[in-house]
Structure formats: C-alpha cells, structure tokens
Design a protein around this ligand. Structure first.
Ligand SMILES: NC(=O)c1ccc[n+]([C@@H]2O[C@H](COP(=O)([O-])OP(=O)(O)OC[C@H]3O[C@@H](n4cnc5c(N)ncnc54)[C@H](OP(=O)(O)O)[C@@H]3O)[C@@H](O)[C@H]2O)c1
Length: 182
C-alpha cells in the first residue's frame, strides 16, 4: 500500500492505520529527515518524492507495484501512481498539496482495471461517518497514536504553525488548545 504526503496529517495516520491492518506500507515523503519516524509509524519502505515520479518519465503504464494507494497529494505525480498500480488496484484521492490538476491517460483504467476513488470528509453522510469513527476508535486505532501528535499549541502560536505548514516543515498533527492558560 503506497501512501503519499506521508508525514502530513492524513498521510501519517494512513501509514499507521494501514500498517496496523497488516499492509506492507511504502511511504512517499519529501522530507529526508523523516524516514526513521515513518518507519516507527509502520512504513516498511520509504521513498523520496522524485522516486515516485522521475522527471521526464511520462510512461502511462509502469511496473505494477502497488495494490492500492492513499493519496492526499494529487497533482502531477498522480498519473505515475495510477500507472504503477497492480491490476485491479485503486487510489483513494483526498487532497491537492501537490496541485489541483493532473493530466493522465485512460490506459491504466482500460488495460489494468484500476480505479480512482474520490474522498470527501465534509459532506460524508452521517451513517458512513459513524461507521468509520467506530473503526477508528477500535480496530483502526493506531497503536502508537502518540507518534502522530507533533505538538500542542495555543491560538497565539497559529501564525507560526501556518507558516511551517506552508513551508512544508510540519509533521503529523498539531493539537490546538482552545481553553486553558492562553
Ligand atoms: N477530501 C477531504 O475531505 C480532505 C480531508 C482532509 C484534508 N484534505 C486535503 O488533503 C490534503 C492533505 O491534508 P493534510 O492534513 O495531510 O495536510 P498536511 O498535514 O499539510 O500534509 C500534506 C503533506 O503533503 C506533502 N506535500 C506538501 N507539499 C507538497 C508538494 N508541493 N508536492 C508533493 N507533496 C507535498 C508533505 O508531505 P511529505 O513532506 O511527507 O511529502 C505534507 O506533509 C490537503 O490538500 C487537504 O486540503 C482533504
């Protein structure tokens, strides 16, 4: 199972959950310093971003490597991801940190039967939401959830936190304290 944007809020939880479910997880990251942390979360393999989509390589079909992918990044690397899914595999696409647009061919869909699954958490129907929350509170609960929390912060620290997100320096999740001393 491939996870892109692996050090991000979505990606890091996906690495932890998928590995706890028994998947062999390959994590894709742009942060060389985060490889050891991703392995602690459960990634068996860690890939640099340019390994997923080497510059100048636009082949629509590649070696079949991944049974599935969790992709919060989207953008220009998505066609390479679709082209390296195994026959019948699927990408769950939830985000756009790598860009909102992509240009792909139909070949992975019509020759390998792959699927591109859109993920929306905002209008997700309540019954499905409850089902997923139950799983997240039980079978899918990451065993080392403390690793996913980068730090707690107060409202006054938000501008700095947003800067670190925009500069691609954040890792995991931040917990915002809404009450207390600040
Ligand atoms: N569809 C929905 O319902 C839904 C729900 C929640 C979030 N989202 C979207 O999902 C995306 C990810 O959310 P998140 O909370 O995980 O965000 P995040 O914590 O900011 O993580 C995004 C990760 O993407 C990677 N990344 C950043 N810039 C990149 C670039 N230019 N090219 C390739 N990779 C890049 C980085 O990981 P590495 O450094 O490890 O590569 C970063 O940690 C966002 O676009 C968010 O809006 C959608």
């Amino acid at each position: 199972m491939l996870v892109t944007g692996a050090t991000g809020g979505v990606g890091s939880a996906a690495v932890a959950i998928a590995s706890a479910q028994g998947y062999a997880v390959a994590a894709v990251t742009g942060k060389a310093a985060a490889h050891a942390w991703l392995r602690q979360l459960g990634a068996g393999t860690v890939l640099a971003r340019d390994e997923l989509s080497p510059a100048g390589d636009s082949k629509p079909l590649r070696k079949q490597l991944w049974a599935g992918a969790i992709d919060p990044v989207g953008g220009a690397a998505l066609p390479a991801l679709l082209g390296s899914l195994r026959y019948g595999g699927a990408v769950a696409l939830s985000g756009l940190t790598g860009g909102a647009e992509f240009a792909a061919t139909v070949f992975p869909f019509i020759l390998r039967g792959v699927s591109l699954l859109g993920i929306d958490s905002v209008y997700c129907p309540q019954p499905l939401r409850r089902e997923l929350w139950q799983l997240l509170a039980a079978d899918w609960k990451p065993q080392r959830s403390e690793l996913l929390l980068d730090r707690e912060l107060g409202l006054d620290e938000l501008p700095q936190a947003f800067r670190s997100l925009l500069q691609g320096e954040a890792r995991g999740r931040m917990l915002l304290r809404l009450s207390g001393d600040d």
